[in-house]
Structure formats: structure tokens, C-alpha cells
Design a protein around this ligand. Sequence first.
Ligand code: V55
Ligand code: FE
Length: 496
Amino acid sequence: MGAFPQTIHFIGTNTPRQQEYKLQDLEVHGEIPAAIDGTFFRAVPDNAQDPMFEDDIALNHDGMISAFSFAGGKVDFSIKYVETQRYLAEKEAGRALFGRYRNPFTDDPAAEGMDRTLANTTPVWHAGRLFMTKEDGRGYEVNPHTLATEGRWDYEGKLKSETFTAHPRIDPETGEMFFFGYQAAGLCSLDVAYCIADKDGNLVKEQWFDQPYCSTIHDFVITENYAIFPIFPTLADLDRLKEGGAHWAHHQDKPSYLGIMPRYGDVSEMVWIEGPKGVSCFHEVNAFEDGDTVHVDLCLSDTNAFGFMREAGGIDIPQQEIGGALTRWSVDMSADELAIAQQPLGPPGDLCRVEDAAQGRPYGRAWYLSMNPQAKGPPMLGGPVGANFNALLRIDPTTGQLAMMETPPGAAISEPAHVPSPDAGHGGWLLCMIDLPNGPPGAGDPSDYSSELWVVEADNIEAGAIATIKTGRPLRSQVHGTWVSRAKLENSCRKG
Ligand code: V55
Ligand code: FE
């Protein structure tokens, strides 16, 4: 292993670990409810090679798939690289062939024409298959039992889009997966593919439309009748890429938009409604309808949360000065002039979660990560933006009522997954990774920490963990995770 650049992309919980391994029967403190039966999959970017450039960023690192498998109160762990074309080519060469994040003009000539995606953002389960996804390419199918890479997924050659979002939405009643791909026709194209796969995993619809500018469409939302594309002014530019520059630059002076169309309709029915200038959002919590009104709840900030996207746009706002709020955008679809009404719902934060059954429906609870205003000392370094969250919030969006789970001093928390309970009167559980500094918080070696998985009552997060599962190791930061039940695993298209 070489010496890595000492930037936020390589220190703290972003310290490269670069190891594939399995651990059996992890040490558990407390008792794991027997109803937690299945696997928590996590997407972990972890560069297998030294980066080509010193100013490389964590989003540009190879995807690893990691699994915590629960059965009978016991837990096993495994982690493995997704064998993308890029990972295999670099492994064979023994060095990086691919240059900057989403900039093929910086690649070694040996990488020419190869698939650049890293499959490092979200594990997605649909219709008996597990995919590792990243928004710059198609998903890679992974065997959920062995974590072996099965190959690139294109719906039996049917999918035309070159890209597939890391944030599809699955309707809990129909089992359909609604998804999209932006830059669908290639680098910096305005084309967005809007697609539906039926409950059996067949691609039944793919339609293309142009977005107003070439923005990063990281997430989208559905309701029972609509598909909604919130977009924000973080834009790609082909000339900048040709000069070897950054893929994304944030523009404080340009508007955001909501694109809304009937979810089973034609893309020609899309309406674009202008929103506030300069704001940014990576994740929507949920959306739902109330009569003619569509509500979209989002983790909104005043500017882009990623330092390198602000910097490329000439924006000089330090990380800790970024404002924002959990925010509701509402549109009365029966009005003559469609407009966004904005209302704050809760404290700023990100990495939100609703239960699968509430997707696109009115909902009474959501969970997301935030900064505990009472926490002492600096946050643990690492994670996608370079500073980790340290608190978990639950919000009832109908009343604004909040609850918080604190983490120990100097600890980091990753996005929770929700495990539903078979008992209708019980709200289920959350699973979340916690990284605890081994030395004095904020003072020791930031790469020296221990990672453990916490099991928390979803309706009583204030009480903290009911069980903690120790890995005994420092794990590199995940981006997103997904819970897959035993029943789904047993009906997988792939066998172990
Ligand atoms: C995000 C993550 C990405 C990416 C773009 O968290 C946006 C947001 C892990 O890769 O490429
Ligand atoms: Fe995301």
C-alpha cells in the first residue's frame, strides 16, 4: 500500500482499507431480536489502487459490497470488491488507469473505451436481483449470497440509457421499480431516460426527455400518480472536462426546478416549475399527494454540500457555515400557474430513510442524520463530504415532532436501514454503522477507530442501541445501504 494523500478523501473514516474478507459470528452485546432475519448490504467506496492524482476524491473510488447477514440472533460479515470492468483492468495493470472523477479526458490511453463506472453508491434490490449502482453508468449485478459480481445489467439488452441512477424508487403496492438515468446518451448529454421495470424485473417502459441544464440528478421521487424530478444548479461542462477539470460546478445564481409528470404518462407531459436559486439537495425523503397537492420533502441546503463542487463554481463557503433544513416543497397541480410553496420541516441533515411501505404515500415518520448541536469537539473526519454526521433524528413530518439519538463523543454515524417488524404494532428497527475513536476524541490518530453496527428501536431511537455488533476493525465509510429480508434472499434469482 502506498502513502495516500492526506486530504479528507483519504483520512479518518476515508482511510483506504483495501481488504476483502469474511468474519463469522461477530461479538454481540445485547440481544438481537429474532425477527431481524436477512442481510444489510452496504456500498463502500475504497480505492484498490493508488490514485492517479493527489487531489483525488472519495466518490472516485472502487465500489465494495459489504454484508451483515443476520440469522437466529447471530451475525456474519463479508466485504468484496465489485468486479467492474475498470476494477479488473486496473488490477491486471497493477495501477490506476482511470484519472479524475467522471473525466475520461484524464485517463491513461489504456483505459480508452472502457466502462468508467465504479458501482460504489447504493445496493439496490429488485425482483430477486441485487445491483450495485452509481449514477455515471449501468448497475452491476452481484450475487447476494457470495457477493461475486455477475456482470453489468442492461435488462437483456433492452435498456438504451448508458446510465442508471443510484436512487430508484419501488412502489410498495405494485412492486414496480421507477428509475432514470441522466447523461443517458453520453458525457454531458442533456438526455434523461425515465424507465419502469415491472414487479418481475422486466423493463416495460423507457422514455427520454431533456433536462433544462446538465445537472446532477442524484435522486427523484414518486407518488401514486406522479414521477417528480427535483434538479439543482450543480452542472457539468464538456469544455471544462476537456481541460482536465472537475465534472461538477455549483452555480449559486441559477434556479432549481421541479419536473413533474404523470408516472405512467408520456414525457411530453412533463412540466418544469422554477424553484429557489442556488440551493442544493442530494436526497429526497419522500413525496405524496394530498388531493390536488403534491408534497416533496427534501434534505435541502443553501449551497452544495461537497467542497469540491463549490470550489469548481468559485463559491467560498466553509463546510460548517452551510445552512439548510429538511424542507417541504408543495405544488397545487390544479392551479393555473404552477408554483412551489416552501416550508421548513426540521433541522438540516441528509441520508434520510422512510420505511419501504411508505414510499410515495403520506407518512408519519422518517429518519435522517444530522449534527448534534450539543456535541463537544470536532466531528470525525471522513465520509463522502469529509466530515461525518454524529446524530440520528426521527421526525414526524405531520407535526414536526423530533427525537434524537446521540452517539458517543467523536463518533461517526452512517445512513440507517429500516427493518420492518412482523408484529403490526411494532415500528421495526434501524441498523446503523457507528465508528468510535480508539484514542481521545478529536485528538488521536483519525484513522484509529472501531466500527460497530447498532440495532435501534425505530420508534425509540432516544434509548440508543438495544444491541451492538462489533467488527473489531475500522471499516471504511459507506455511502448507502439496503436491508434485504430472508424471504427475498430465498427468492433470489441467484443461488449461493
Ligand atoms: C454521491 C455519491 C457518489 C456520486 C455522486 O452521495 C453523488 C452522493 C459515491 O458516489 O458519484
Ligand atoms: Fe445518494
